[in-house]
Design a protein around this ligand. Structure first.
Ligand SMILES: Cc1ncc(COP(=O)(O)O)c(C=O)c1O
Length: 360
């Protein structure tokens, strides 16, 4: 087997070793069922327990209050880009989207099919003597339309490596795409009305999308909403609507159990602080590398940076691979280097990466 110290890919992403070992056992036989987890029926007694345990554990780890439903849906986060306006627009004429980068713009693009989209900008480019710096925009000039059905935010932009501070004073329901930041820190559910995330980065594998939604938003789907995208149907059927992606939901449960064994979300936040501080320190101290994002917007999860020339960049990526640091090539739209550091990322892997940057 190849020597892998860490896999830094943005998603599908690294799974903790102990989780993979448990999955291997359960692929052989799940409990005493006589079946592999890959064969288990979505209406079996065993799966009923798996999905309920996943729901309960997610609720307790995130401290999700009563009055929110937890749904396990399909079609990824991209499926939610259509599901949101279809389920939430109701008879309101506007949806408000905060533009912070690629994924928020993509979500807004989808919403435009269903109604008028108001865009608010979260970041701005400033030219300085040292080049361009991306800083947070003053939010006091945001004028959220009073007749907006919801305000959509992407708290962590996976490609650019931009992280937004919480919006705590919205006057309309707040919807958040947490595909690259779900369960990476505690959150206050008073500030959110709907959270969604494809599970493949922070919570398992592709195939299931977690939706946490305030119950009073469930009953307003447009008539043309496809059955599989309706929140009320998923709530009513406890997410066993058609053939549920059993294996993907099972992986969510194993990841949640792992998170619980690590002590929950407070230690996850502390670890993310430590990893990202170390990496940004190395980038800032190295004249050959550059990250244009101002401190207040820097992601603690996806850290993107450039290396001064293409030859050096390619040599860096090759050397990283030789050292067992995999998945570091930047997104195809952005280039450069991107280190995605989800909950399972060991500090030692980031130390190795930081040492490589320092030695450039
Ligand atoms: C923030 C964010 N939103 C949405 C998506 C799209 O997710 P999916 O592939 O599950 O549709 C991604 C994928 O990288 C993402 O990072």
């Amino acid at each position: 087997m190849s020597q892998r110290q860490h896999y830094f890919a943005a998603g599908p992403a690294a799974l903790p070793d102990s989780v993979k070992q448990q999955i291997q056992l359960d692929i052989r036989e799940y409990g005493n069922s006589g079946l592999s987890i890959l064969e288990l029926g979505h209406r079996s007694a065993e799966f009923a327990i798996i999905i309920e345990q996943a729901r309960q554990l997610l609720r307790s780890l995130y401290a999700i209050p009563d009055g929110f439903q937890i749904l396990f849906m399909q079609a990824g986060a991209t499926g939610q880009f259509d599901a949101l306006p279809l389920n939430l627009l109701s008879n309101k004429p506007v949806m408000t989207y905060v533009d912070s980068g690629h994924w928020s713009r993509r979500a807004a693009e989808f919403a435009q099919k269903y109604g008028r989209v108001q865009m608010l900008s979260a970041v701005t480019e400033n030219k300085t003597a040292d080049g361009v710096v991306i800083t947070a925009r003053d939010r006091s000039d945001w004028d959220i339309a009073a007749d907006s059905a919801y305000l959509h935010v992407t708290p962590n932009e996976t490609i650019e490596g931009i992280q937004l501070a919480d919006i705590t004073d919205a006057t309309v329901p707040v919807v958040a795409d947490m595909t690259s930041c779900l369960l990476m820190r505690p959150i206050n559910f008073e500030h959110y009305d709907l959270i969604y995330a494809g599970a493949q980065k922070t919570l398992g594998i592709a195939g299931v999308t977690v939706v946490i939604v305030r119950e009073d938003l469930l009953q307003q789907a447009a008539e043309q909403t496809p059955y599989m995208l309706r929140y009320d149907v998923h709530a009513q059927e406890q997410s066993i609507v058609n053939t549920t992606p059993v294996f993907a939901v099972y992986c969510v449960l194993r990841m949640l159990q792992w998170l619980q064994a690590q002590g929950g979300l407070a230690p996850m936040l502390a670890a993310a602080n430590e990893r990202s501080a170390l990496l940004y320190q190395a980038i800032d101290a190295q004249p050959l590398t550059c990250n244009k994002i101002a401190a207040e917007l820097r992601s603690q999860i996806n850290v993107s940076f450039d290396i001064d020339n293409e030859q050096r960049l390619q040599a860096f990526l090759l050397q990283a691979e030789a050292q067992g640091l995999l998945g570091l090539a930047g997104h195809r739209k952005q280039g450069g280097v991107r280190a995605s550091m989800y909950n399972g990322t060991a500090l030692s892997a980031v130390e190795s990466l930081a040492d490589m940057i320092t030695a450039l």
